[in-house]
Design a binder for this molecule. Structure first.
Ligand code: NDP
Length: 325
């Protein structure tokens, strides 16, 4: 199986992101230690992954600290990397959260220190902030871009209407508009990216760095027969996620995809990731991994993409719509 990495433009921007990227939610700085973090990042890097995704909230800052230590130790060329942070849930004080000018600037500089870098490529507004005017956030992001410490800013789980407002404010005031959104997108959660965001792709060429391609592992089939002890949904702090994801209908959909994966000669995880890559509005699929073997398995999804012919996609659609289960 060939697994050569491809690079896509981040929407209309000139920046190229690897089709598969690696994120740090739950895993780095929390569920797993520095050894596993380094093993996963190295396996990804060696497979051609250039984008590593962080957030101030992940393991309360420990995720970015852990990834920063790996970058320092490995000495990978900074120009070959695309690094991100996400701001919104920064801490306990009233000004350590949200998207105010104060928290955007302070939170961003704290992320630079955790990553141990002079600049970051991407900074996302991790959620919309109803307590800050969008114009204030756009102005703060513009300051960072003009200072040269940030290259592109974007949104995560914003409504299309709020993104449109950000574009309008940027245009009217000659400020830097957003470049990309970070939405959930997988075989189980599709509407926002496929329907609500369609005008953003058409009008603005908005990029996307999509998250949870395996629905936290459910689409790999690992939860078919219960919750394995060493898995995400066995972590007591993620009980809320377990309840949401292990619904009988969800598990039935995941199981029904098994014969399709088998026919293609791939694992269910590879099928789920390849399916995300078939969508041209996906700039990069952010994967997650608690061990390097998962990274190795997941990058092989690249070789499955060409096998997802219109006929195979129609069969998958039948399963997802519940018409051929
Ligand atoms: P996935 O849905 O791909 O889930 C990843 C988890 O699934 C792994 O940590 C691992 O968990 C398990 N897994 C991975 N590969 C396999 C495999 N081949 N076989 C079996 N199990 C596997 O992605 P995430 O939910 O982690 O999301 C990816 C990234 O997206 C995050 O790290 C983060 O950077 C970003 N994100 C952004 C959000 C936002 O609001 N903007 C929200 C959530 C994520 P285990 O081994 O422990 O079971």
């Amino acid at each position: 199986m060939t697994t050569a990495m491809n690079y896509r433009r981040l929407g209309r921007a000139g920046l190229k992101v690897s089709e598969l990227s690696l994120g740090s939610w739950v895993t780095f700085g929390g569920q797993v230690g520095d050894g596993a973090t380094e093993a996963c990042m190295t396996a990804a890097y060696e497979a051609g992954v250039n984008f590593f995704d962080g957030a101030e909230v992940y393991a309360k800052g420990q995720a970015e600290l852990a990834m920063g230590r790996v970058l320092k130790k490995q000495g990978w060329r900074r120009e070959g990397l695309v690094l991100s942070t996400k701001l919104f849930w920064g801490g306990d004080g009233p000004n350590d959260v949200g998207l105010s000018h104060k928290h955007v600037i302070e939170g961003f500089h704290a992320a630079l220190r955790r990553w141990q870098v002079d600049y970051l490529d991407l900074c996302f507004c991790h959620r919309p902030d109803p307590n800050t005017p969008i114009e204030e956030t756009v102005r703060a992001m513009d300051v960072l871009v003009r200072q040269g410490t940030l290259f592109y800013w974007g949104t995560s789980e914003w409504s299309a209407a709020d993104v449109e407002t950000a574009f309008a404010v940027a245009k009217a005031n000659h400020l830097t508009p957003p470049t990309m959104e970070q939405p959930q997108y997988n075989m189980l959660v599709r509407d926002r990216l496929e329907k609500e965001y369609a005008p953003l792709f058409e009008k603005h060429g908005y990029g996307t760095t999509i998250w949870s391609p395996l629905a936290s592992g459910v689409l790999s089939g690992k939860y078919d027969a219960g919750v394995p002890p060493e898995s995400r949904l066995a972590l007591s702090t993620y009980d809320w996620l377990k309840e949401k994801l292990l619904a009988p209908a969800t598990l039935a959909t995941s199981k029904a995809l098994a014969p399709l994966a088998q026919a293609l000669g791939c694992t269910r995880a590879q099928l789920a990731i390849a399916w995300c890559l078939k969508n041209p509005n996906v700039s990069t699929v952010i994967t997650g991994a608690s061990r390097a073997e998962q990274v190795a398995e997941n990058v092989k999804a690249l070789s499955i993409v060409p096998r997802l012919t219109p006929e195979v996609m129609a069969r998958i659609e039948g399963v997802l719509q519940g018409t051929s289960r």
